[in-house]
Design a protein around this ligand. Structure first.
Ligand SMILES: *[C@@H]1O[C@H](CO)[C@@H](O)[C@H](O)[C@H]1NC(C)=O
Ligand SMILES: *[C@@H]1O[C@H](CO)[C@@H](O)[C@H](O)[C@H]1NC(C)=O
Ligand SMILES: *[C@@H]1O[C@H](CO)[C@@H](O)[C@H](O)[C@H]1NC(C)=O
Ligand SMILES: [Ca+2]
Ligand SMILES: [Ca+2]
Length: 863
């Protein structure tokens, strides 16, 4: 494996390792000081308003920073404050930066936190000139105070190793800001998500469901016929909820499709205690599938009354494969049953197979009514079932032409608007060529065996004009995977970016995939899902690898999304894990998603959850390019080497970053010395004789051997630093980036915010009359954040337009080169800062030009 080279041996290996370490010193990723992803605050922040749209502060934390600002103002003398308020604002507000963890050295919870954010040298040197007296008011660190008199030492101690990732240059680092707050896709368009291990040691976990009873328990079923209860804290009850392993027909044979295949709680489970299960049984030499009703036991809510079984429906299976297995309750209260075509290959039974034969229950979506079945029939036919009056059809049939739908789900609908609610998504496993995802509707024909995916399979049936089948919303060929596992539309609370994303996978290739609908066109856009590259998943408790056989997906009671996979798909091998899907780029604001599970009485012993999987840190197999890529290139040179460092091309075996089995121990590990001191790597001077010596007592810190994004100096970064010289006339002249005419405006904006706030502090009151003019409109200075306006575009970047159209908040991103001040609440360049003087000529001109054109960005100006 190529990756092993980097960590192995001495000589060339060491040299390479050093190169790698240099490159990854400052790989920054959005992360807050609580070690979690940033978020959009529930209300705009009044003090650190530049982080109103996206950052790490709640309004409460923001208010606390404003109080600190006021306290500093009261302590420093008025003359100094007049000069230095902007710096105080800058430094305090970086706690709200989406990169706060990076700026304060908190990406690794085991290293000490900085008290002042990491500063770029030029910024620091400049601040020192006039405002060095401020540090003692901003930091309790006396060692720092002691350096106050020594400009070079002070600024060195405040520096970050990588100059593109310090404050304020970080704000204009294109790599860091272009996708801020979005689900990040890598260079190949793969969405980067992370995982959290939730349960492990399971034998082919086929389902994870909840009871919708307020307890937030989740239930995981094993193919053998056992169901386990987990409490919201992820501890498992030692006693199984259900154990029908004696009745269930399966085998240790890898890939055996028989067994316990599905369960669903009655929508009124809380009141009637009923649940339904779907499993294979042997009857003599024959095989059947059985759908049974059970009740929870009267004296233990965590156990099924095993004597309560009532068989609702049994169907004979002509072959051991294609046994379906999904059970769902719809919003209509009816039970949906998803059967397979019976088995073998090509649906060979009867004249034209089972799936197109509406008199057969195989190859169907069935719908029955199991309510009020205590007396009389065990189930009834819903009166609006599509084929109720058809003598050539079973009345249970709801949809047909199904091969083997493996995992279906109802969309809960958009949490705000309800849009999408009730849509029924299924993955239908293909025959020789295509795997498909279907949106199942009442009475419709899903094509099999006439069609596989979009293509004819049985040409004769396919040519029949009366087929009238529904094509899949998405199909993929077998080079991407050979057995689809349907998933869910994400509708949870914790990861707002994922709302509306249909996430599914493939059992054979281990590929995780997603579809997102364009509401205007109804088209579904496909994106693969990858494990976050580099540092993306380096959050405590998260992992970036999983076992490849994706068996099933699940939702918890709150709507968060999970999947189950195993390294060895045998019903008797306990290699199955439940993973929670995590968006590392953005979370909901703290407190928004709190759940209050109702209590359950637990009679069994509890087994506490111990995660086993590890975050895999990788070394890169090739050194990064040292030269910045050419300007015209997209943000990042492909971060994924053509072949993952751990082996085969994508689409074959491995998933996440784990080659094959996902066993962390099998991964190349850096030499212990490197592993210990990566975090000290940024202090290159502390390195001696090929060994890394730790200067901050962080020996033993985890090894950050993952690469960051390629380093590259944004064209505006240099001039930004000049901007921070508080709008000195020389700033504009010295600004190196010729593309940054409006760099100036950022200075003014930043000043404005500081000034507005100063106006509310006693120090301001003392100095304002003499030295400063109150800005004409402090309100206009709400969002003084740097943002690049689109370059060479006349109407704003597509991303801007899209986010405006969707009324979305993550509008920090545009391509382009220049700084400008943008109101993040509208996505528009903010106008009306009449007090701003000396800015770029066109800025002034635009102020008098009246309201901005529709897309905010004037057509006539080349930004
Ligand atoms: C489940 O039932 C089987 C057969 O009745 C029994 O052998 C097994 O020990 C049970 N498993 C558990 C965990 O209770
Ligand atoms: C359709 O299925 C039913 C039930 O299995 C079977 O009796 C009948 O022969 C099948 N019809 C055809 C045309 O294959
Ligand atoms: C087309 O399908 C219908 C219904 O399945 C059937 O009655 C008819 O004979 C078929 N036509 C041909 C040409 O196969
Ligand atoms: Ca079968
Ligand atoms: Ca189909």
């Amino acid at each position: 494996m190529a990756g092993r080279r980097a960590g192995a041996g001495a000589g060339a290996g060491t040299l390479l390792a050093l190169l790698v370490l240099r490159a990854l010193g400052a790989a920054a990723h959005p992360q807050c000081l609580d070690f979690r992803p940033p978020f959009r605050p529930p209300q705009p922040l009044r003090f650190c308003s530049q982080y109103s749209a996206f950052g790490c502060c709640t309004p409460e934390q923001d208010a606390a920073l404003a109080r600190r600002f006021g306290a500093v103002a009261a302590r420093v003398d008025a003359a100094m404050w007049a000069e230095c308020a902007g710096y105080a604002l800058d430094l305090l507000c970086q706690e709200c930066s989406p990169y706060a963890a990076h700026l304060y050295d908190a990406e690794d919870p085991s290293t000490p936190l900085r008290t002042v954010p990491g500063l770029c040298e030029d910024y620091c040197l400049d601040m020192w000139q006039t405002c060095r007296g401020l540090f003692r008011h901003l930091s309790p660190d006396r060692e720092l105070w002691a350096l106050e008199g020594n400009r070079a030492k002070l600024c060195r101690s405040l520096s970050l190793d990588d100059t593109d990732y310090c404050f304020p240059r970080l704000l204009v680092n294109e790599n860091l800001n272009s996708n801020l707050g979005r689900v990040v896709a890598d260079a190949e368009g793969c969405l980067q998500l992370c995982l959290e291990e939730v349960a492990n040691g399971l034998r082919n976990p086929v389902a994870m469901v909840h009871a919708r009873d307020g307890t937030h328990r989740f239930f995981v079923a094993e193919q053998l016929g056992l169901v386990w209860v987990y409490l919201p804290d992820r501890s498992r009850l030692e006693k199984p909820f259900l154990n029908i392993s004696r009745a269930v027909l399966t085998s240790p044979w890898e890939g055996d499709e028989r067994g316990f295949l599905g369960l669903a709680f009655h929508p009124s489970f809380r009141h009637n205690g009923k649940l339904y299960v779907y499993y294979s049984v042997g009857v003599g030499f024959d095989e059947w599938i059985r759908i049974s009703e059970f009740r929870v036991s009267e004296d233990d809510v965590n156990a099924v009354d095993h004597d309560s079984e009532r068989i609702i429906l049994e169907i004979e299976e002509p072959a051991s494969n294609h046994n379906g297995g999904q059970l769902l309750f719809g919003d209509d209260g009816y039970l949906y049953i998803f059967t397979g075509d019976g088995g073998m290959a090509g649906d060979p039974f009867g004249k034209f197979g089972n799936a197109q034969n509406k008199s057969a229950l195989l190859g169907k979506v069935l719908r029955i009514d199991v309510d009020r079945n205590e007396r009389g029939p065990l189930y009834r036919i819903p009166p609006d079932n599509p084929f109720v009056g058809d003598p050539a059809a079973r009345p249970e049939v709801y949809a047909f032409g199904v091969r083997n739908m493996w995992r279906c789900s109802f969309d809960r609908g958009d949490p705000a608007t309800g849009a999408g609610r009730g849509r029924l998504f299924c993955g239908d496993v293909g025959q020789n060529k295509f795997e498909e995802v279907d949106l199942v509707e009442r009475g419709r024909n899903y094509g099999w065996r006439a069609r596989e995916g979009y293509q004819c399979y049985d040409r004769k049936l396919c040519a029949n004009a009366s087929l009238d089948d529904v094509l899949p919303i998405f199909a993929y060929p077998h080079k991407l995977g050979k057995s689809v596992t349907g998933g869910y539309v994400y509708r949870g609370c914790e990861y707002p970016n994922l709302n509306g994303l249909y996430v599914f996978g493939d059992f054979m290739s281990g590929r995780l995939m997603s579809l997102r609908e364009n509401p205007e066109t109804g088209q579904w856009r496909y994106s693969e899902i990858c494990m976050g590259r580099g540092q993306t998943c380096a959050f405590p408790g998260l992992i970036n690898n999983y076992y490849p056989h994706i068996i099933s997906f699940g939702e918890d009671e709150a709507g968060e999304l999970y999947f189950m996979s195993t390294g060895m798909p045998s019903a008797t091998v306990a290699h199955g894990v439940v993973y929670k899907m995590i968006d590392p780029s953005r979370r909901a604001p703290p407190g928004k998603c709190q759940i209050q599970p109702s209590l359950v009485k637990v009679r069994s012993r509890l087994i506490h959850f111990v995660p086993k999987e590890k975050f895999i840190r990788r070394t890169e197999s090739t050194p990064r390019p040292t030269k910045a890529p050419r300007r015209s290139r997209p943000t990042a040179a492909p971060r994924r080497p053509p072949h993952g460092p751990h082996g085969p091309p994508r689409g074959q075996a491995p998933v996440g970053v784990a080659g094959g089995g996902g066993d962390g121990s099998a991964q190349p590990t850096p030499s212990p010395r490197t592993a210990q001191c990566v975090w000290c790597g940024r202090r290159a001077s502390a390195r001696a004789a090929g060994a890394w010596r730790c200067s901050r007592g962080d020996a033993g810190a985890p090894c950050a051997t993952t690469p960051g994004t390629p380093r590259r100096r944004p064209s505006c970064a240099a001039s930004w630093a000049f901007c921070t010289l508080r709008g000195r006339p020389s700033a504009r002249k010295s600004a190196r980036g010729a593309r940054c005419p409006s760099c100036w405006t950022t200075c003014a904006a930043r000043e404005a915010s500081a000034t507005c706030w100063s106006a509310r502090t006693p120090a301001w009151a003392r100095t304002t009359a003499a030295t400063r003019r109150m800005p004409a409109s402090c309100a206009a200075a709400r969002t003084p954040i740097c943002r690049r306006a689109p370059s060479g575009r006349s109407q704003g970047g597509p991303s801007t337009q899209a986010s405006q159209a969707a009324g979305q908040e993550h509008s920090l991103s545009t391509e382009g080169s220049c700084l400008s001040r943008v109101d993040l609440t509208t996505g528009c360049i903010n106008r009306g800062l009449p007090w701003m003087e000396g800015g770029a000529g066109e800025w002034k001109a635009r102020q008098s030009a009246g309201p901005w054109p529709e897309k905010c960005y004037p057509k006539d100006v080349d930004w």
